[in-house]
Design a binder for this molecule. Structure first.
Ligand SMILES: [Zn+2]
Length: 57
C-alpha cells in the first residue's frame, strides 16, 4: 500500500550545480552536460549508486 502511494510523485535527479535536471533527454546522462560533474554521489553502501538530489513532483 505504501509503495503504491509513493508512485504518485515522480523522482527527477537534479544537477549538483542546480543548473539542470536529469529528466527527459538528460535522463540518459551520468554527468552534467554543463559542468560535467557527476550525477551520482560516491556510494558508501554496496549496491546502487546514490543520487545527488531528488526533486519530488
Ligand atoms: Zn548541471
Amino acid at each position: 500500500m505504501l509503495e503504491e502511494h509513493e508512485l504518485h510523485y515522480k523522482k527527477i535527479d537534479a544537477c549538483v550545480n542546480n543548473c539542470c535536471l536529469f529528466s527527459k533527454e538528460n535522463d540518459v546522462l551520468d554527468v552534467c552536460p554543463k559542468f560535467h560533474s557527476s550525477r551520482w554521489k560516491p556510494s558508501r553502501t554496496i549496491g546502487r549508486p546514490r543520487k545527488e538530489f531528488l526533486l519530488r513532483f
